[in-house]
Design a protein around this ligand. Sequence first.
Ligand code: ZN
Length: 693
Amino acid sequence: MEKPDSKQFARATLLVCILALMVTACSQESGEAESSNAKTKSSKPVSTAILLVTLDTTRADRLGIETRDVDTPNLKTLADRGVYFKQAYSVTPTTLPSHTSMMTGLYPADHKVRENARQIDKKLELLPALLKTRGYKTAAFVSGYPLSSQFGLSRGFGHYDDAFVSSAAERSATETTDLAISWLKGKASPLFMWVHYFDPHDPYQPPEPFKSQYPDEPYLGEIAYMDQQFGRLLTAFEDHNQGRPWKIIVVGDHGEGLGDHGETLHGNLLYQGTMRVPLIVAGTGIEAGTSERAVSVRQVFDTVLNWSGEDRPGGLLGEQVEPVLAEALKPYMHFGWQPQFMAVLDGIKVIMSGDTEIYDVRTDPAEANNLDSVIEPDPALWDAIESYSSLALAEPDTEQQQQALSQDALDKLASLGYIGSPGRSRLREDAPNPRDMVHLYHDMDIAAEYFFRQDYAAAITVFTRILESDPNNFMTALRLAVSYSVTGDDIQAQKFFDRAKAIDPASADLRHYQAMHYMKNEQWDLAQPLFESVLVESPDRLTTLAALAKVYSSQGELKKALLQLERIVKIKDSPGIEWTRLGLLRMALSDTKGAIRAFEISQKMMGDQFTSHLDLGVLYMAERRFKDAAASLDKVSSRHPAYPMALYKRAQTSVLLREKDREKRVRQAWLQADRTTRPLIETERLFQDISFR
Ligand SMILES: [Zn+2]
């Protein structure tokens, strides 16, 4: 790509000088403001306004701070004014866990959020709640679905703006910045605002003029665009806090492989491209400089609390030096490959993943020369990485968290290239090193996308290719079986169910999907024991409960079906459809009152989406609640296949209620009668005195 011209550079340098002058003036001003405030208002210190900006998928070496390949004047200027950390690391190359570390101060092995689409434990103390107790107003503006409030990161924020998630998977930096700036207006200090930009995440589609400025490197275009919007935000934040102390942290959640070590995106490996992130702290009282000390994104937590007035040793500007840790467990959790851990101290980085890699990342940032058996790193590195890995791998499975996700949630994650894990992690005997499997990551990403988009024919081609390369890949064998099942190729489906069973005979997922396959072919008696055994292990697995309810219904075991549905409505969020199904089952069991109650709850939850008005109307009639019956029957859509029945029932209620237009209603029911309702109307005793023919 083209280099920025020298004029651009001269302009940037000039800008830096002007801003540097302004900072000096500003900090003097704010110092005065603080002392005069102290005089008039007793000794209470002025609270610092705090802005946290997280840059998704942003590589440290792809900002204008470290490279001339891209122009990011706003971040560059901020780095010059504040402290730029040259060795800042993510905790894991994935969005939700990384942000969870920032909000808790914990590593993933401690907060237990290892992947996207996990629930954050309600017992964990989150940063906004702690700031609130210190009198802070808090707000967050996030731009990507992995940070949707449903996963729990919103807990404790006074305002959490993820409004885009109902319509899209991400929101542009412009929209997010607009919202953040308008929230800022009129807000009194102290305030803590977190703004998250998602633009550099793939797909890379920068808007103009950045699209044209970086025609061959749209990733850099996204970064330049994000920088422009960050500039607007920073200006608004500084203007808002004129005369008051303020501080800011800008940090990446993880980087992007961009082909380094064969990795295109992020999430699977621990090399610098995805693990080293940009990190800047700046603001009132912070002297400009750079830091070579290895630091972690989890230190955002202590840093912000320090700024709010708490005394924490672990802040970014403190003196504490300890190994910085990280993990990449996705290949392990999904495919049983080697788990990967890393530790960095004084520029020496150790990666453990079945074998050991050691790099001096200051002199060898590309990690080309493995120094294992060449140098002996500080024993503190080994101790840290060993105790971390044993803690990380001792964790019980997270299947329950996974199952709480709706299909809608899984689909949105899939559209961003994320896939759920089978839940139970198991190291294979032939576990390959994820580093040696990079040729499969692209196939895995696209196969998962096809699978979740329900393009099974395309998925089959890619899954087959993956399985040829990695024959003991359980999840791929299982998804291949499911894809064949859905496309109706039962012979191939069974072949790959058997293959998956040979790899992991105890898997509950295998039993669930094998049973789904039997269910599709109406082999209820084969499906039933498999579903039942899955529920022994995971009693709250919603999809299994729903499927087993259907199996029992088909077998005529209505009471057993009822028990499954009752379990679902207890544990699922807004189970409107399940309440409808409960109503239908209770109707079939002649439980009129129970059915009415179930339909009423369903109607309340579903609003316009509720479709059982006819059933409910008939039930009200049985209970002689004719007015309620009339109201329900009036709501039956004329497109409903049993609409003539609704008209007939409505005519009956009309006569029973002695409504003025009852003759007209009977006539209408007669005129629109079908084969079922015609003889009923002709012989209806209620209609004896009405001439409708
Ligand atoms: Zn991210």
